[in-house]
Design a protein around this ligand. Sequence first.
Ligand code: AMP
Length: 592
Amino acid sequence: MERASVIHKTASDQRPPPYWTDYEGERRAFSWELARHALQGLPGGGLNMGFEAVDRHATGALRDHIALRFVARQAPALDLSYSALARQTNRFANVLQGLGVGKGDRLFVLAGRIPELYVAVLGALKNGTVVTPLFSAFGPEPIATRINLGAGQVLVTTDVLYKRKVKQLREQMPSLRHVLLVAEDGGSTSEPGTLDLATLMRNASDEFSAVATQPDDPALLHFTSGTTGTPKGAQHVHGAVVTHYATGRYALDLHPEDRYWCTADPGWVTGTSYGIIAPLLHGVTSLIDREEFDAERWYSLLEQERISVWYTAPTAIRMLMKAGAALADQHRWPALRFVASVGEPLNPEAVWWGKEVLGLPIHDNWWQTETGGIMIANTPAFDIKPGSMGRPLPGIEACIVEHLEAEGEPPRVRLIDTPDVEGELALRSGWPSMFRGYLNNEARYRKCFDGDLYLTGDLAKRDADGYYWFVGRADDVIKSAGHLIGPFEVESVLMEHPAVAEAGVIGKPDPMVGEVVKAFVSLKDGYAPDEALRLDIMAHARKRLGAAVAPKEIAFLPTLPRTRSGKIMRRLLKARELGLPEGDTSTLEGGA
Ligand code: AMP
């Protein structure tokens, strides 16, 4: 069917009226300083993310309002009001204090979407302790790598995950002083070398005053994957809470009466910024489903939980589309009023599907771990161009740049002013949630900037109306089901298999999840490239990396293409896989 290139909207179509209806006017009037006034702050100019998200509401009009609502297949729903959440997080902060864990110390959480995870994250923030959420589907290797890079002192996890994924590498994580376990059966745990969290919580006071953090004090450490080397720890500060608040307003249109559902896992940055912090800042009721994706369940939750604002991801939308119209037809969503998506390109088809099936178009938005919050978005009162990520939010100045590389000079960039020309997406520094460094890697951090321009590593175009269009990544990082995967981390684990001589990993385009991880492997002498060995390497990768990161496909090659300097040419592997032109092969070892 022929579709229009723009979905026209007017503010009067929206209920409640959107926060902003004049794009240029709002951007002109906006300042981050003014935005901060929406928050309470701590005495003496302090700012604390956990305090703003929870405590600010816990003694006010919203104290009995439900903050978090947990649902699961096998357990009754659990509601936590803002005041109950304040008491629980106070207890957790006191537990940390009791263990001698304080401001600036580092805590990791590794769990499914259980209440204890949310309590630990918010309680640690109130205590000034820096939080790193880990994805619970990670295998032992990515977990240990990140805890070691971050020199984590505390880990909160479940007894089951501990036994399956942490225990065997515990000795190799010397910084880890305390492991706090949640019993998955609701009882208590007695694993040697760990503490039972429920017991500690029972014995802790439920009164606590947030530690006096300043806007520039570290709050969160999010690991993200690069092309080479170990994962990068992007450091975020308490001041980021101003971006979380402003974007919750401008991009997600959150109002306190909303029932909101962010489907992202807190192991990834969206699940923290918009699955925990932003909704609480706006005093909404946030749904947390403990189960994995299931089309029927998701349609039912949207309906029965009367979700009004839904923030999800393209892979999930494509899976709903695949589940067919008949399933969707069995449901009605009268409460739903705004749907947004992030993490990977959202096909125009999916935007239209939203309009036709849910009755609402899907609003794509763009950001990344380093930006800490939404930067570019389609928003309630403005026209959508399906396929575009939207326009920069108030307080955000975006542009497209090209790289000028002159022999012997440091690389520089130049603005591309002409519309519709592809280049690297860049953002002018200065928004509060911008990362403040890659942990222990100042050089890598510096490389992200040219003057005050932050270079995102994404290729994009801007059209004449100021809408941005995603083109691709400038590097080899893989996006699978919305999750960023570093090829190097996968290659390193493959290389540990006794039969593997070399490994090269690429993202292979996939209609459902964007890209799947595909590995090319050459074998050591004496090993035959047969099916049994392929399965064995696959099993090794899954065991070490976890299903979310391990390759879905492995192909054997006699040798892998390398540059003269010895780097595996992933770009060439990908071009060959896709039957595309091989491009410049002048640096290929033994090549032209
Ligand atoms: P992460 O740091 O894991 O959140 O991944 C960030 C990356 O995801 C970005 O740099 C983009 O490559 C990709 N991404 C995020 N949002 C979008 C979007 N709306 N459209 C296309 N790609 C996106």
